[in-house]
Design a protein around this ligand. Structure first.
Ligand SMILES: O=C(NO)N[C@@H](Cc1ccccc1)C(=O)O
Ligand SMILES: [Zn+2]
Length: 157
């Protein structure tokens, strides 16, 4: 696999509806997911979605941690989420700053639900259901948007 590059706003791949992954594909994609995490870390990202490296499948990584771009981000283990869904989201929302590796140099305040219940598959085929809140919930909502062809500027006030 040659080095991945991050698609920039204007690339139609960012406006597509990404395809669901079948469990039989999970292992085929394992090397790709390793590259996906690498390029996210290289760019100091706290998340990245497969369509951003021109792979239009329903998968992303959420990897909040304090870093130069988000010094206050909470610490969590980088988590690969396959076929992710929001099963419930709070009416309560809050506005906060977001950025995007596909739209470098831009930040905007975006309103997101403060609490969400999510469900996703792991690479070994487990189904995880959990609640997220705050900045981590924000990253999840931002990445899920990418799987549906939405970028954060579409939601900026
Ligand atoms: O472009 C991506 N992910 O798609 N990466 C964003 C993730 C993000 C999401 C929400 C709030 C802040 C940051 C980044 O700046 O690392
Ligand atoms: Zn993004």
């Amino acid at each position: 696999m040659d080095a991945l590059t991050i698609a920039q706003l204007g690339n139609p791949i960012l406006r597509q509806q990404a395809e669901t992954l079948t469990p039989s594909q999970y292992n085929d994609y394992a090397p790709f997911f390793a590259e996906l995490e690498k390029i996210m870390l290289e760019h100091n990202g706290v998340g990245i979605a497969a369509p951003q490296v021109s792979e239009s499948v329903r998968a992303f990584i959420v990897a909040s941690r304090p870093n130069p771009r988000y010094p206050n981000a909470p610490m969590m283990a980088p988590t690969l989420m396959l076929n992710p869904e929001i099963t419930w989201q709070s009416e309560e929302t809050e506005k906060d700053w977001e950025g995007c590796l596909s739209i470098p140099g831009m930040r905007a305040k975006v309103s997101r639900s403060t609490h969400i219940d999510v469900r996703y598959h792991t690479l070994d085929g487990e189904v995880v259901s959990t609640r997220m809140e705050g900045f981590i919930a924000r990253i999840f909502q931002h990445e899920l948007d990418h799987l549906n062809g939405i970028v954060f500027l579409d939601r900026a006030d």
